[in-house]
Design a protein around this ligand. Structure first.
Ligand code: ACO
Length: 181
Protein backbone atom coordinates (compact mmCIF):
# COMPACT_ATOMS: atom_id res chain seq x y z
CA UNK A 1 0.00 0.00 0.00
CA UNK A 2 0.89 3.68 0.28
CA UNK A 3 4.32 4.36 1.78
CA UNK A 4 4.77 7.62 3.71
CA UNK A 5 7.94 9.75 3.52
CA UNK A 6 8.18 11.33 6.96
CA UNK A 7 10.30 14.46 7.37
CA UNK A 8 10.92 16.66 10.42
CA UNK A 9 11.06 20.45 10.27
CA UNK A 10 10.51 23.48 12.53
CA UNK A 11 6.93 24.63 13.16
CA UNK A 12 6.11 27.88 11.35
CA UNK A 13 3.28 30.47 11.36
CA UNK A 14 1.50 28.76 8.44
CA UNK A 15 1.04 25.67 10.67
CA UNK A 16 -1.20 27.56 13.13
CA UNK A 17 -4.60 26.29 11.95
CA UNK A 18 -3.63 22.62 11.63
CA UNK A 19 -1.68 22.73 14.90
CA UNK A 20 -4.78 24.03 16.75
CA UNK A 21 -7.07 21.50 15.07
CA UNK A 22 -4.90 18.49 15.93
CA UNK A 23 -4.52 19.63 19.55
CA UNK A 24 -8.33 19.97 19.83
CA UNK A 25 -8.80 16.50 18.30
CA UNK A 26 -6.34 14.48 20.38
CA UNK A 27 -6.06 16.15 23.81
CA UNK A 28 -8.73 16.20 26.55
CA UNK A 29 -7.39 19.61 27.66
CA UNK A 30 -8.08 22.92 25.85
CA UNK A 31 -5.09 25.13 25.10
CA UNK A 32 -5.26 28.94 24.88
CA UNK A 33 -4.72 30.63 21.52
CA UNK A 34 -1.80 32.38 23.25
CA UNK A 35 -0.10 28.98 23.53
CA UNK A 36 -0.40 28.28 19.78
CA UNK A 37 0.87 31.79 18.97
CA UNK A 38 3.92 31.20 21.16
CA UNK A 39 4.60 27.88 19.40
CA UNK A 40 4.42 29.14 15.81
CA UNK A 41 6.39 32.32 16.62
CA UNK A 42 8.93 30.39 18.71
CA UNK A 43 8.37 32.62 21.77
CA UNK A 44 10.00 30.72 24.66
CA UNK A 45 9.01 27.47 23.00
CA UNK A 46 10.94 25.00 20.88
CA UNK A 47 9.00 22.67 18.61
CA UNK A 48 9.27 20.21 15.75
CA UNK A 49 6.76 19.13 13.14
CA UNK A 50 6.44 15.84 11.27
CA UNK A 51 5.11 15.98 7.70
CA UNK A 52 4.51 13.32 5.04
CA UNK A 53 6.22 14.46 1.82
CA UNK A 54 4.42 11.76 -0.18
CA UNK A 55 0.93 13.23 0.43
CA UNK A 56 -0.70 14.58 -2.73
CA UNK A 57 -2.72 17.73 -3.48
CA UNK A 58 -0.83 20.32 -1.47
CA UNK A 59 -0.78 18.29 1.76
CA UNK A 60 2.90 17.32 1.56
CA UNK A 61 3.90 20.05 4.03
CA UNK A 62 0.93 19.64 6.39
CA UNK A 63 1.53 18.73 10.04
CA UNK A 64 0.85 15.11 10.94
CA UNK A 65 2.75 15.17 14.23
CA UNK A 66 4.38 17.66 16.59
CA UNK A 67 6.22 18.10 19.83
CA UNK A 68 6.35 21.38 21.80
CA UNK A 69 8.67 22.14 24.72
CA UNK A 70 9.70 24.98 26.98
CA UNK A 71 13.00 25.76 28.67
CA UNK A 72 12.68 26.01 32.44
CA UNK A 73 15.18 27.07 35.09
CA UNK A 74 15.96 24.01 37.23
CA UNK A 75 15.68 26.03 40.45
CA UNK A 76 12.17 27.25 39.54
CA UNK A 77 10.77 23.97 38.27
CA UNK A 78 9.87 22.80 41.78
CA UNK A 79 11.41 19.40 41.18
CA UNK A 80 15.01 20.39 41.83
CA UNK A 81 15.46 17.73 44.50
CA UNK A 82 14.53 14.97 42.09
CA UNK A 83 16.78 16.40 39.40
CA UNK A 84 19.77 16.50 41.70
CA UNK A 85 19.73 20.29 41.47
CA UNK A 86 23.13 21.71 42.36
CA UNK A 87 22.79 25.13 44.12
CA UNK A 88 26.38 25.98 43.14
CA UNK A 89 25.22 26.01 39.50
CA UNK A 90 22.20 28.36 39.55
CA UNK A 91 21.96 28.60 35.76
CA UNK A 92 20.97 24.95 35.29
CA UNK A 93 18.04 24.44 32.94
CA UNK A 94 15.53 21.76 32.00
CA UNK A 95 13.47 21.12 28.89
CA UNK A 96 9.78 20.57 29.70
CA UNK A 97 7.72 18.79 27.02
CA UNK A 98 4.34 20.51 26.81
CA UNK A 99 2.54 18.54 24.08
CA UNK A 100 3.33 15.57 21.83
CA UNK A 101 0.93 14.17 19.29
CA UNK A 102 0.64 12.18 16.08
CA UNK A 103 -2.57 12.08 14.01
CA UNK A 104 -4.30 8.72 14.25
CA UNK A 105 -3.62 7.44 10.73
CA UNK A 106 0.14 7.92 11.24
CA UNK A 107 0.49 6.17 14.61
CA UNK A 108 2.79 3.22 15.35
CA UNK A 109 5.29 4.23 12.67
CA UNK A 110 7.88 5.55 15.12
CA UNK A 111 7.04 9.22 14.56
CA UNK A 112 6.58 10.10 18.25
CA UNK A 113 9.83 8.33 19.01
CA UNK A 114 11.65 10.46 16.39
CA UNK A 115 10.07 13.67 17.72
CA UNK A 116 11.23 12.86 21.27
CA UNK A 117 14.70 12.08 19.87
CA UNK A 118 14.81 15.61 18.42
CA UNK A 119 13.99 17.07 21.84
CA UNK A 120 16.67 14.96 23.56
CA UNK A 121 19.24 15.92 20.92
CA UNK A 122 18.38 19.59 21.37
CA UNK A 123 18.50 19.37 25.21
CA UNK A 124 21.88 17.59 25.03
CA UNK A 125 23.23 20.45 22.91
CA UNK A 126 22.38 23.05 25.59
CA UNK A 127 25.36 22.94 28.02
CA UNK A 128 23.30 24.13 31.03
CA UNK A 129 20.54 21.58 30.43
CA UNK A 130 20.29 18.70 32.93
CA UNK A 131 17.14 16.88 31.87
CA UNK A 132 14.04 16.59 29.70
CA UNK A 133 10.85 16.07 31.73
CA UNK A 134 7.09 15.88 31.25
CA UNK A 135 3.75 14.96 32.84
CA UNK A 136 1.46 12.31 31.41
CA UNK A 137 -2.06 11.42 32.59
CA UNK A 138 -2.06 8.07 34.39
CA UNK A 139 -4.43 6.28 31.96
CA UNK A 140 -2.45 7.12 28.80
CA UNK A 141 -0.94 3.68 28.17
CA UNK A 142 0.52 4.36 24.67
CA UNK A 143 2.38 7.46 25.90
CA UNK A 144 3.59 5.74 29.11
CA UNK A 145 4.91 2.80 27.02
CA UNK A 146 6.65 5.22 24.67
CA UNK A 147 8.45 7.11 27.46
CA UNK A 148 9.46 3.90 29.25
CA UNK A 149 10.73 2.40 26.01
CA UNK A 150 12.82 5.54 25.45
CA UNK A 151 14.43 5.12 28.90
CA UNK A 152 12.61 7.98 30.60
CA UNK A 153 12.39 7.33 34.36
CA UNK A 154 9.04 7.60 36.11
CA UNK A 155 9.95 9.46 39.29
CA UNK A 156 6.62 10.55 40.77
CA UNK A 157 2.87 10.02 40.76
CA UNK A 158 1.00 13.30 41.35
CA UNK A 159 -2.47 12.82 42.85
CA UNK A 160 -5.21 14.77 41.06
CA UNK A 161 -2.74 16.71 38.90
CA UNK A 162 -5.24 17.09 36.04
CA UNK A 163 -8.80 18.44 36.31
CA UNK A 164 -10.89 17.47 33.27
CA UNK A 165 -14.66 18.07 33.12
CA UNK A 166 -14.79 18.35 36.89
CA UNK A 167 -12.90 15.12 37.48
CA UNK A 168 -9.40 14.72 38.91
CA UNK A 169 -6.81 12.41 37.36
CA UNK A 170 -3.32 11.51 38.53
CA UNK A 171 -0.24 12.16 36.43
CA UNK A 172 3.18 10.56 36.17
CA UNK A 173 6.32 12.67 36.09
CA UNK A 174 8.88 11.25 33.64
CA UNK A 175 12.50 12.41 33.40
CA UNK A 176 15.31 11.78 30.91
CA UNK A 177 18.70 13.00 32.18
CA UNK A 178 21.15 14.64 29.77
CA UNK A 179 24.68 16.03 30.15
CA UNK A 180 25.30 13.93 33.25
CA UNK A 181 22.07 15.36 34.83
N1 ACO B 1 0.10 0.83 22.95
C1 ACO B 1 1.25 0.51 23.59
N2 ACO B 1 2.44 1.10 23.33
C2 ACO B 1 2.47 2.05 22.39
C3 ACO B 1 1.33 2.45 21.67
C4 ACO B 1 0.10 1.78 21.97
N3 ACO B 1 -1.06 2.08 21.36
N4 ACO B 1 1.66 3.43 20.80
C5 ACO B 1 2.99 3.66 20.98
N5 ACO B 1 3.47 2.82 21.92
C6 ACO B 1 4.85 2.75 22.42
C7 ACO B 1 5.54 1.52 21.95
O1 ACO B 1 6.42 1.10 22.97
C8 ACO B 1 6.30 1.98 20.73
O2 ACO B 1 7.46 1.25 20.53
P1 ACO B 1 7.43 -0.07 19.57
O3 ACO B 1 6.87 0.39 18.25
O4 ACO B 1 8.86 -0.46 19.50
O5 ACO B 1 6.56 -1.05 20.27
C9 ACO B 1 6.70 3.39 21.13
O6 ACO B 1 5.61 3.85 21.91
C10 ACO B 1 6.96 4.34 19.96
O7 ACO B 1 5.78 4.43 19.20
P2 ACO B 1 5.61 5.52 18.06
O8 ACO B 1 5.17 4.82 16.81
O9 ACO B 1 6.82 6.38 17.97
O10 ACO B 1 4.38 6.35 18.65
P3 ACO B 1 3.28 7.14 17.79
O11 ACO B 1 3.93 7.89 16.69
O12 ACO B 1 2.19 6.21 17.45
O13 ACO B 1 2.74 8.21 18.85
C11 ACO B 1 1.53 8.96 20.78
C12 ACO B 1 2.46 7.87 20.21
C13 ACO B 1 2.16 10.33 20.64
C14 ACO B 1 1.31 8.67 22.27
C15 ACO B 1 0.19 8.91 19.99
O14 ACO B 1 -0.49 7.73 20.34
C16 ACO B 1 -0.74 10.10 20.24
O15 ACO B 1 -0.63 11.14 19.58
N6 ACO B 1 -1.67 9.98 21.21
C17 ACO B 1 -2.62 11.05 21.53
C18 ACO B 1 -1.93 12.25 22.18
C19 ACO B 1 -1.09 11.85 23.37
O16 ACO B 1 -1.46 11.01 24.17
N7 ACO B 1 0.10 12.47 23.51
C20 ACO B 1 1.06 12.26 24.61
C21 ACO B 1 0.52 12.92 25.82
S1 ACO B 1 1.81 13.24 27.03
C22 ACO B 1 2.42 14.78 26.59
O17 ACO B 1 1.98 15.36 25.69
C23 ACO B 1 3.58 15.35 27.40
Amino acid sequence: SHHPTICYRPIQPSDLEVLERIHAEIFPIRYESEFFQSVVHERDIVSWAAVDRSRPNGHSDELIGFVTARIAMAKEAGIGDLLRYDPSKPDQTLVYILTLGVVETYRNLGIARSLIRQVIKYASSVPTCRAVYLHVISYNIPAIHLYKKMSFKCIRRLQGFYLINGQHYDSFLFVYYVNGG
